[in-house]
Design a protein around this ligand. Structure first.
Ligand code: CS2
Length: 522
């Protein structure tokens, strides 16, 4: 039986394991982080650890908040907040490589559902100067197609009536800020680190919309006292598996109940508008810019969009991991073409060589054989991801009269994935906050298609589906979009993933006039 990792263990770690290069007993909390999952612990928390070591400013310890589950708190509390980050890839010889680091920036963890008051108190503490968030796309209670707060979200409705025990991220923030105002505390930065379009601006407008319903004066106070920098975050971090725990324990010589694994690559670009200072994250590798929009757009379109395409099509082929999907030649060719021919050209202002490098690096990252990132992990919450990853680029291309067949196939792949079983017949559950509404939508689309003539069925189905405004907004009224969706959805249904990809490749080859394009065999 190994001893548990904790403050005492730091002096006894193997030499090749890195650990906090500062006196942890002197660290004071400066950051409250909502959503202390694997991503945060492999990204911002590591850079905070390195920034404290580089600058000697130890006033940026993190108080982590788990919104619902006590699991991370229960795992890390006996470890004094310490945990291991394992960075994995394959070396030039193809051999798996791994670098371990024990991270010291997390001081303690609070579970919001158990004790919302403790979270409000932390937000309203004079020590707190940054509240950061990785609550995933759905944690913002917004409508994905418009970015507006969903007043019909049960947690938002609950929070408007229950200021003392808020459940939603937005409610939690607004009541925490109200307390800060009451106590006349200094300014604060709210830093969204989620893969949303204009994440800081979006968070700001959601917070202000909710605050307006609570108290007009509070809205003005927030506007004057808080900043909401936009940021782009990037590191692939699969969920931790039991074999990761066992492996890390073997190397560490101590038991770590919840290590995190990730790729060596990391990127973080942040707008430098902090209301009350910040850690020296730049000394740890983050970049500070005036406007993060071009970086965010680049990342959403050249990392997350192809990632989702691999995940939906790979899942349907019965592939377990994204690296298996990226190793499937037809799929890789399709995603590569989508990036080169459809996504890249929407990123104006970025030199072609830069885009090329970015594309090749993404393809190498996703192929990382040392990092089993599950297709179904990336596939979850599609209703919250598809708008900014795929639909925004489709809108751009439509506006310029450019074709978007590959992007439309990726959207169709998401809808096809929602049927809940893959091409090998394996069933899976749909994890999506709108799963219920989507299931009803697909059932309605089926009824509409069945009631139509065979020639009209595919189009009818696509019309009903594309009419789902929370995801598609007004795109459902654009005939070119509905036509493309109908074509690719029908091909996926009839010929499967490889058949649909083959047909798409044939679309790209000019067809001699008068000839009929053959369909692949079922
Ligand atoms: C992924 C992202 O789960 C997903 O939807 O596309 O988590 C992706 O791995 C990261 O954004 C990479 O930075």
């Amino acid at each position: 039986m190994l001893e548990r990792l904790n403050s005492e263990s730091l002096a006894h770690l193997p030499e090749d394991v890195e650990s906090p290069a500062y006196d942890r007993s002197r660290v004071t909390p400066g950051i409250v982080h909502l959503g202390i999952g694997a991503f945060h612990r492999a990204h911002q928390a590591v850079l905070t650890d390195l920034a404290m070591a580089a600058s000697g400013d130890l006033s940026w310890g993190i108080v982590g908040v788990s919104m619902r589950s006590p699991a991370t708190r229960d795992a890390l509390t006996p470890q004094d907040g310490l945990y291991t980050l394992a960075l994995r890839d394959a070396g030039p010889d193809g051999q798996a490589r791994e670098q371990l680091r024990v991270v010291g920036s997390v001081l303690r963890i609070v579970v919001a559902e158990e004790d919302p008051q403790a979270v409000l108190e932390r937000i309203a503490s004079p020590q707190t100067r940054i509240v950061s968030l990785t609550v995933t796309e759905k944690g913002y209670s917004h409508e994905p197609s418009t970015g507006h707060l969903r007043w019909d979200d049960p947690d938002i409705a609950h929070d408007l009536a229950n200021p003392v025990r808020p459940r939603s991220t937005i409610g939690m923030l607004v009541y925490g800020l109200a307390l800060r105002r009451e106590r006349s505390l200094p300014p604060l930065t709210l830093l969204s680190c989620d893969n949303l379009h204009a994440n800081g601006d979006t968070l700001r407008s959601l917070v202000l919309a909710f605050a307006l319903r609570v108290d007009v004066g509070l809205t003005a106070w927030i506007d004057n006292h808080c900043t909401f920098p936009n940021s782009m975050v990037d590191r692939i971090v699969p969920g931790t598996q039991d074999e990761d725990r066992a492996h890390v324990a073997r190397r560490l010589g101590f038991e770590d109940a919840w290590p995190v694994v990730g790729e060596p690559f990391l990127n973080w670009v942040i707008e430098d508008k902090f209301a009350a200072g910040r850690p020296a994250w730049d000394a740890a590798g983050a970049s500070f810019v005036r406007n993060a929009a071009p970086y965010e757009r680049l990342k959403l379109r050249m990392v997350n969009a192809p990632h989702s395409a691999f995940a939906y099509l790979g899942s349907m082929l019965g592939l377990r991991t994204n690296s298996e999907a990226a190793a499937t030649p037809a799929l890789r060719r399709y995603v590569d073409d989508m990036m080169r021919l459809e996504l890249g050209p929407t990123l104006r202002g970025i030199p072609e060589s830069g885009l090329e490098e970015y594309r090749l690096r993404f393809l190498a990252r996703v192929a990382n054989p040392a990092l089993p990132h599950r297709t179904r992990q990336v596939a979850m919450d599609g209703s919250q991801k598809v708008p900014q990853r795929l639909l925004a680029a489709i809108r751009d291309r439509m506006q310029r009269g450019d074709d978007f067949g590959r992007l439309a196939l990726a959207v169709a792949a998401w809808l096809h994935y929602l049927r809940g079983y893959d091409e090998l017949g394996n069933a899976y559950s749909i994890q999506d906050p709108l799963a219920g509404a989507l299931a009803k939508l697909l059932a309605r689309a089926d009824v509409a298609a069945t009631a139509s003539s065979p020639a009209q069925a595919a189009h009818r189905r696509a019309t009903v589906v594309a009419g789902f405004r929370p995801v598609f907004g007004d795109l459902g009224r654009k005939p070119a979009f509905v036509d493309a969706l109908a074509l690719h959805l029908e091909r996926l249904r009839t010929f499967g993933v490889l058949g649909a990809l083959e047909a798409l490749e044939r679309d790209a080859v000019p067809v001699p006039e008068g000839s009929v394009q053959p369909m692949p065999a079922a």
